[in-house]
Design a binder for this molecule. Structure first.
Ligand SMILES: Nc1ncnc2c1ncn2[C@@H]1O[C@H](COP(=O)(O)OP(=O)(O)OP(=O)(O)O)[C@@H](O)[C@H]1O
Length: 354
């Protein structure tokens, strides 16, 4: 570890991952001690980025550097086990014939620890992930949540400089996912990590920084507080579970390109492009005709999708969305024209540099 890497805020990971066969071309940087969440839909290229950083997929172009040390480019590649990077893949990939303890001891053993020391480290990690006493079991004797914990322990027992977690809650039932979420939340403190997810909840829960990935590219990146609450594109807003209304500032209001006036708080000067972001739960829904409640700006769109979400349904328009009671959603059909009521008084933020 270089002295620079010990400095809080120093850049740990710097990469430009180009994997042409998978159409991935993504640039990322990550400072020491921070957690970066890669937020994107299925197939966006998130796993490919992690696999390339870990050394499991070759780069077509670009580079991966850790603490200023080049690990890979299109011509050279440090072997995965020598990178100081731990990857928790979606399938856990535990060795099925080894005991749980030996699975976790694998990393320390590879780093030269004696068998006894590696086993002691493994037992210590098993206790830290809540699996005290499970060391003699085989992976096939574990529940999905337990197996995920073992995989986490195995990744961390190797003492990686950077931990990569690929959809760490995928395939777990609600109870197990909640437990693993709490465990990961405590383990990520002070650690340098990248977590992939398609779920905004994970971004809100873990991210210091967020990079939104679409079609193999990073389309928005920055501090979580900025990217999640002030998204700049409809895609980033959707990934952050927000709806975005874009327009031009006029007379203290945001006026959409269709001419709807949205009263806002703050915002840049007249004539500047700006946006407000709302939670779908805060957006109201009415028929296209008839009375409209005051205190909102009403924007008419066609229904494009009805997405069940537990005890609510998210009604998507072409750009807006609202969470409504299933009984109300049941009255709607795809293509219906409806009015979304965006609350007045949201904070407007600039979309163009001043
Ligand atoms: N082993 C592979 N061989 C060839 N192409 C692959 C392989 N794995 C993924 N791809 C392709 O690369 C692209 C990116 O996939 P990737 O798995 O990285 O996306 P993702 O964002 O992680 O999605 P998911 O959340 O579904 O895992 C996709 O077009 C996918 O079909």
């Amino acid at each position: 570890m270089t002295p620079d890497a010990m400095t809080p805020g120093a850049m740990t990971l710097d990469c430009h991952v180009v994997v042409q066969p998978r159409r991935v071309d993504a640039r990322l940087t990550l400072a020491t001690g921070r957690t970066l969440v890669l937020l994107g839909a299925n197939g966006a290229g998130k796993s490919t980025v992690l696999e390339a950083i870990a050394g499991l997929v070759p780069l077509s172009d670009g580079h991966v550097s850790l603490d200023g040390r080049p690990l890979a480019d299109a011509r050279t590649s440090t072997p995965a086990r020598e990178r100081g990077i731990g990857l928790l893949s979606q399938d856990d990939a535990l060795f099925p014939t080894m005991s749980v303890r030996d699975n976790v001891a694998f990393g320390p053993r590879s780093r030269g620890a004696s068998r006894a020391a590696a086993r002691a480290t493994a037992d210590d990690w098993l206790a830290r992930v809540g699996l005290d006493g499970c060391g003699d079991r085989r992976p096939g004797e574990l529940s999905g949540g337990q197996a995920r914990r073992v995989a986490i322990a195995r990744a961390l027992a190797a003492e990686p400089r950077v931990l990569l977690l690929d959809e760490p809650f995928a395939g777990l039932d609600v109870g197990a996912a909640s437990e693993v979420r709490a465990l990961i939340s405590s383990l990520l403190k002070e650690r340098t990590a990248v977590v992939t997810t398609h779920d905004a909840l994970d971004a809100y829960a873990f991210a210091d920084d967020v990079a939104v990935v679409e079609g193999g590219r990073v389309v928005e990146a920055g501090a979580a507080s900025e990217v999640l609450t002030r998204p700049r594109t409809a895609f980033a807003a959707r990934m952050a579970a927000r709806v975005l209304v874009v327009g031009t500032m006029r007379g203290g209001a945001l006026v959409t390109d269709a001419g709807v006036r949205v009263p806002v708080t703050g915002g840049p000067g007249a004539g500047r492009r700006a946006a407000v972001a709302a939670r779908p739960a805060a957006v109201a829904l009415e028929g296209d005709e008839g009375p409209r409640a005051p205190g909102r700006a009403w924007i008419a769109e066609h229904v494009t999708a009805l997405e069940p979400r537990g005890d609510e349904v998210r009604v998507h328009g072409t750009s807006l969305a609202a969470d409504v009671d299933p009984a109300d959603a049941a009255l709607l059909s795809l293509g219906d024209r409806i009015a979304f009521g965006v609350p007045a008084g949201l904070d407007a933020y600039p979309l163009t540099p001043s």
